[in-house]
Design a binder for this molecule. Structure first.
Ligand SMILES: *Cc1c(COP(=O)(O)O)cnc(C)c1O
Length: 225
């Protein structure tokens, strides 16, 4: 696996789309992240708090760290001082905790609401109805240390790219509807739509993604300990 070649290929495929690449570095050692950084990619996605903190401590400080995995409320504190964007906000309770820890860290933390779009039962996320209620809730105005900047979704784990495309399209339609109906405020401005991984990022770009989260197409298959 040649990281630089892979990055070049993906960057080429992204040309013309208004989207950014999140290099999903989970399970990979800091040497691999440093190589990616040296190649010019400085936005990393991790799914475990402990790993993200350990890597943040030793790597250059101009890296943007994105939390992309399910986040338990009791694990927010260690990442609150530095995380750039939390893609995986899947409950109002978690939003409250992020607000609390962001206040302690004297920051405003950008968040995406994760929307359940896959057919599998197991994926986390708000239903569209729940997300709509959260975006319109009066309680949001009081959360001075978070900002909801968009939505995130993970398509079904299937080779059927037509199915995947329809799931992305449905999320994009919901995103546009929320953009049109939720008033822009300091707490909420919907700009980002995080969708697409190694197997489906090109489909996601065609369907309006602004943030693609790509791991194995850059780093090869992951080995889990
Ligand atoms: C692991 C992961 C990715 C990247 O997956 P690849 O198939 O390796 O590109 C993207 N998004 C989330 C939420 C992940 O957990």
């Amino acid at each position: 696996m040649n990281i630089v070649e892979n990055l070049n290929k993906i960057t080429k495929n992204m040309a013309g789309y208004p989207a950014r690449l999140i290099a999903v570095t989970k399970t990979h050692p800091v040497e691999v992240l440093q190589e990616t950084y040296d190649a010019g990619c400085k936005t990393f996605g991790e799914n475990k708090v402990q790993d993200m903190v350990a890597k943040w401590e030793v790597l250059p400080k101009d890296i943007e760290w994105h939390m992309i995995g399910h986040l338990q409320t009791n694990k927010v504190k260690p990442i609150a001082p530095f995380v750039s964007l939390i893609h995986s906000v899947d409950s109002f309770k978690l939003l409250l905790e992020i607000n609390k820890q962001a206040a302690k860290a004297k920051r405003v933390i950008d968040c995406l609401l994760q929307i359940h779009i896959a057919q599998e039962e197991t994926k986390f996320g708000f239903s569209q109805q729940e997300a709509e209620a959260a975006l319109h809730s009066e309680a949001l105005a009081g959360l001075k240390n978070i900002r909801i900047v968009g939505l995130m979704g993970m398509a079904s784990n299937t080779d059927d790219l037509i199915q995947v495309r329809l799931e992305f399209r449905g999320l994009k339609q919901f995103f546009e509807r929320m953009k049109a109906t939720v008033p822009v405020s300091e707490r909420c401005e919907l700009k980002e739509l995080s969708m697409g991984m190694s197997s489906d990022y090109e489909t996601a770009l065609q369907e309006g993604s602004t943030l693609v989260r790509v791991g194995s197409a850059i780093f090869g298959a992951r080995e889990y300990a």
